[in-house]
Write a protein that binds this ligand. Structure first.
Ligand SMILES: *[C@@H]1O[C@H](CO)[C@@H](O)[C@H](O)[C@H]1NC(C)=O
Ligand SMILES: [Zn+2]
Length: 183
């Protein structure tokens, strides 16, 4: 019986292709200050960012970066919540920001039609490690399997939709080769 359960849960994991996601509760997020609009399903775009903060390689250090960003976004920027939908640490973990169902604040006009995914760190001159890159790619596939992104979604960098250097030159050159990249 236990064996069967293990096999079935392994199959589910393969079918959905979803990485484990560190919940807001697990990183100690503050509750949102207001309700951002609910996202449509089958959004057409995934937008890649870097946070231009220090990098993090463990739950403890990623938590510190997340709490700092959330405070900055809520206290200084006066947004409802941390801006991004998801964040990726170089511990290889996906962290829940606004998550699957709330419109983020990360890419201007395309916020409602996109999922914002931010690598924690400054990737102007170096790439995120492979654990982090794989986590982001798995998250994007997961979004398709959960119907949050349409299957012919466009992957873009923040700079493709706004006047910004984000997600940094080195990371940007890398995402040019990711599945479904479209400038
Ligand atoms: C990000 O990295 C680039 C290249 O090393 C550097 O020029 C820039 O000042 C960094 N940005 C911040 C905010 O640290
Ligand atoms: Zn950005």
């Amino acid at each position: 019986m236990l064996h069967l359960i293990v096999v079935l849960s392994a199959l589910c994991a393969v079918t959905l292709g979803c990485p484990s996601i560190v919940s807001r509760a697990a990183w100690g997020a503050r509750p949102p200050r207001c309700n951002s609009p609910v996202m449509q399903s089958q959004r057409p775009m995934a937008i890649i960012h870097h946070t231009v903060t220090p990098s993090c390689y463990s739950l403890a250090s990623c938590k510190r970066q997340l709490l700092g960003m959330q405070n900055y976004h809520m206290n200084s920027q006066k947004w409802c919540d941390i801006g991004y939908n998801f964040l990726i640490g170089e511990d290889g973990q996906v962290y829940e920001g606004r998550g699957w169902y709330r419109v983020g604040v990360h890419a201007g006009n395309v916020n409602p039609s996109s999922i914002g995914i931010a690598f924690i760190g400054n990737f102007s001159n170096r790439l995120p490690n492979s654990k982090a890159i794989n986590a982001a790619k798995n998250l994007i596939q997961c979004a398709v399997s959960r119907n949050r992104l349409r299957s012919n979604y466009a992957l873009r960098g923040h700079r493709n939709v706004m006047n910004t250097a984000c997600p940094g030159n080195t990371l940007y050159r890398n995402i040019l080769a990711w599945k479904n990249f479209r400038a």
